[in-house]
Design a protein. Structure first.
Length: 153
């Protein structure tokens, strides 16, 4: 299908039964809601209460947290990439996380050197807290604009 741009819609992350307590949900809301501006709401889905982390106001991009007897296990660097518009935005988020680490040492932060390619430079860091995957927060600086690029109006 030429000309069709695919984009991220959702991801479900599963946790062991009993994990999504009110306290855990509050911690997720406080960290991801404050850091990334995500709206986190309790939601009923498939007979259980999950936590919906909405990346936009229409929930066209979201992460659903749910419980399952077979929860996800991600001991490596499995991650979801989050694209920022600028190096300054990436650096500001990274600085906020580094500051948060001073009082919450469970927050994991991995800062990367720029990945320089002939057509682009990727400026990024990884963060992992409370959830079983890393988030790769990055911006891509192109030497020339790509021919095709998804954007949200």
């Amino acid at each position: 299908m030429v000309g069709v741009m695919m984009r991220f819609n959702h991801m479900e992350l599963t946790f062991a039964p009993g994990t999504l307590t009110p306290e855990f949900r509050d911690q997720v809301r406080a960290f991801y809601g404050d850091l990334f501006g995500w709206d986190c709401k309790d939601t009923e889905i498939l007979g259980q209460s999950g936590l919906l982390m909405m990346l936009d106001e229409r929930a066209t991009q979201f992460i659903l947290l749910a419980e399952n007897p077979n929860p996800i296990s991600s001991p490596g660097y499995d991650h979801l990439g989050l694209l920022q518009d600028s190096r300054e935005e990436v650096d500001a988020l990274c600085a906020r996380i580094a500051e948060m680490q001073k009082t919450e040492p469970a927050i994991k932060l991995k800062v990367y050197d720029d990945l320089v390619n002939p057509a682009s430079t990727v400026h990024a860091f990884y963060v992992k807290h409370l959830l079983p995957i890393w988030f790769d927060v990055q911006c891509i600086e192109y030497t020339a604009p790509p021919e095709r690029n998804w954007h949200y109006d």
